[in-house]
Design a protein around this ligand. Sequence first.
Ligand code: SAH
Ligand code: SF4
Ligand code: F3S
Length: 446
Amino acid sequence: MSAAPPARRLYIKTYGCQMNVYDSERMADVLAPLGYAMSDRPDDAALAVLNPCHIRDQATEKVYSELGQIRLMKLARAEAGEVMTVAVAGCVAQAEGEEIMRRQPAVDLVVGPQAYHQLPELIARTHRARGESLACDFEPQAKFDALPARRPSGVTAFLTVQEGCDKFCTFCVVPYTRGAEWSRPAADIETEARGLAERGVREVTLLGQNVNAYDGAEGGLAGLVRRLAAIPGLDRIRYTTSHPRDMDDALIAAHGEVEALMPYLHLPVQSGSDRILRAMNRGHGAKSYLALVERIRAARPDLALSSDFIVGFPGEREEDFEATLDLIRAVGFAGAFSFKYSPRPGTPAAAMPGQVPEDVKSERLARLQALLETQQRAFNAAQAGKVLPVLFEKSGRYPGQIIGRSPYLQAVYLEAPDRLIGQIVAVEINRAGPNSLVGARVLETA
Ligand code: SAH
Ligand code: SF4
Ligand code: F3S
């Protein structure tokens, strides 16, 4: 037997949305055959990959500050006679490309989201000569075809089914960084999902920047969901992020009919003011959003909703902001992400008049988050005393404790043996915290 070559350490730092998390996992898959093993520290890495997000300004700046740290590690390693390769991937790479290498010379290569399958080759080339920048001039399909089989590490997994965006909301960089809407063929997705289920995955979250614009299967996303729900062992299906405009009747019906489709939906609305929604080019108003929520809840009464909000979009007045608070009160959200508007160079909104001062944005964000937090607490508190099916995912921080998720994506803590990990179990909920639930006991094993 020949000894395996010593593992080279691979450090990947991921920012941004779940699609970036999925992409980072796939980069690790692509690099594994080359002997790269994941490390959670950058300082001893042979290859450090930053997979950043471009969506807001702070997100981009964080990358440069992290790169500054990595540069120091790289210099220290060079003094010890060791090589550390530094790569920047993701949406920032796509948007800023070679600018990154100019601003931070420690960066050896830059690779856009459609070129990850070429990482091994790019790395080999940087070992010969420095500096390569590869942006999205590839078909997304090429990436998926070239990626190796997945090696999931848990009972839940992300699965990218759609990429890109044609909506051009006036504040957003995604249509520029991720390109046009594109759907993976359903058969490929099904094969990947079967593979995941065979390796013990019980829950998949289908990913796409506009996941419900998926059109790679008959019946769109609803058709795909029904196909995946038929895979033995795949008991839970979620999808994110959906756009209100693409929430069609078939998908709404699926929420009422497909048991595996979890009753939790992330449906970003951004604002409750029609004037602002128009300026954002969202293609929906406050009323149409509320009507949509009503239709979805009619199909699936126990469905819980979460959303994204932007405060301080150009021209937002106090009354527009109040309209957003009214919409939140009318819907009742189980969770939410909320942001101060961040002007992104090259997007239409960045050049709009009426930019809102920072202190006004901060003040509105605080009020918005206070209201959303109240709703989230109330939603969690309402679970106390109920019995919920929980999929247990891992051991907790304390011995004897395990952690899982409710259908509504709440973390559930329970004192129970590890053998329940990977199982869906009916748990009586004892009490609720702001972000999690505590289970009292197991009622039955499903
Ligand atoms: N495709 C998804 C979301 C993509 S970006 C959708 O349409 O909902 C995730 C969230 O980031 C958006 O929903 C929005 O709330 C926020 N976001 C995007 N651009 C932003 C900007 N320039 N400033 C602040 N928040 C922004
Ligand atoms: Fe951005 Fe709008 Fe596309 Fe979502 S739908 S990714 S917010 S442009
Ligand atoms: Fe960020 Fe790109 Fe996702 S900009 S939110 S990582 S699509």
